[in-house]
Design a protein around this ligand. Structure first.
Ligand SMILES: Nc1ncnc2c1ncn2[C@@H]1O[C@H](COP(=O)(O)OP(=O)(O)O)[C@@H](O)[C@H]1O
Length: 208
């Protein structure tokens, strides 16, 4: 049976765990295209109605409503396809920051074919909070503006995003220790992704 959904790898994990850092590097490798939902949101004009609503939620440390999230994300993805920045099915989509709720995972199921979920693990949320505070200074992000907002994002993550992992078969989920050096995290991720990419390209060759 042919599957027209986009072949996808999910980078999953708590705020500050390094999804963006790793996703950006992976997106430089031929055959992969990286799209971070937070980057899509930050690229919107804050004076547009959608941009304003998204800013209002994210600056409070809350999630953006599911329907708005998926609509804006989908529009961005189609834009990248239209200008051939993302060329499915040969290229694999690396998603970070979406899906962040079970409802998003269910909606996206008709669009993406999840080949693997890389779960970046960090049990020590205090270390993540420190990382985010440093990022706040570097990137001047509204959602990192205060410790209170950062702590709210972790509560939201535990309540809304942690359960998303149960939407995928356990044999599709791989764990990587996010507290290692970024180069080692990258190396662990590549060990997982290289065979996934090879299998995917082979399956395309075999499809009549
Ligand atoms: N899939 C999503 N659903 C709802 N809100 C989102 C989603 N992705 C991003 N956001 C909003 O944008 C903010 C920043 O997201 P992101 O850059 O992914 O943060 P981080 O890198 O810390 O995980 C989130 O705190 C949230 O308010």
């Amino acid at each position: 049976m042919s599957d027209d959904r986009y072949p996808t790898i999910l980078l999953f994990g708590a705020p500050g765990v390094g999804k963006g850092t790793q996703g950006t590097i992976l997106g430089q490798i031929p055959g992969f295209f990286h799209l971070a939902c937070g980057d899509v949101f930050r690229s919107l004009n804050i004076r547009s109605p959608e941009g304003r609503e998204i800013y209002d939620h994210s600056s409070r440390g809350e999630l953006v409503p599911d329907e708005l999230t998926v609509r804006v994300w989908n529009k961005a993805l189609l834009g990248h396809i239209a200008v051939s920045r993302f060329r499915p099915p040969e290229e694999i989509l690396i998603l970070d920051g979406i899906p962040r709720t079970v409802t998003q995972a269910e909606i996206l199921n008709s669009t993406i074919n999840v080949l693997k979920v890389i779960h970046l693990i960090c049990a020590d949320h205090e270390q993540m909070i420190d990382r985010i505070k440093r990022r706040a200074i570097r990137e001047n992000r509204a959602d990192d503006a205060s410790e209170e907002v950062i702590r709210r994002r972790f509560e939201v993550y535990r309540r809304e995003s942690d359960p998303v992992i149960n939407c995928y078969d356990s044999d599709k989920v791989a764990f990587v220790d996010a507290l290692q050096r970024p180069s080692k995290v990258l190396s662990d991720i590549l060990q997982i992704l290289i065979p996934v990419q090879a299998d995917w390209l082979k399956s395309l060759d075999e499809t009549p």
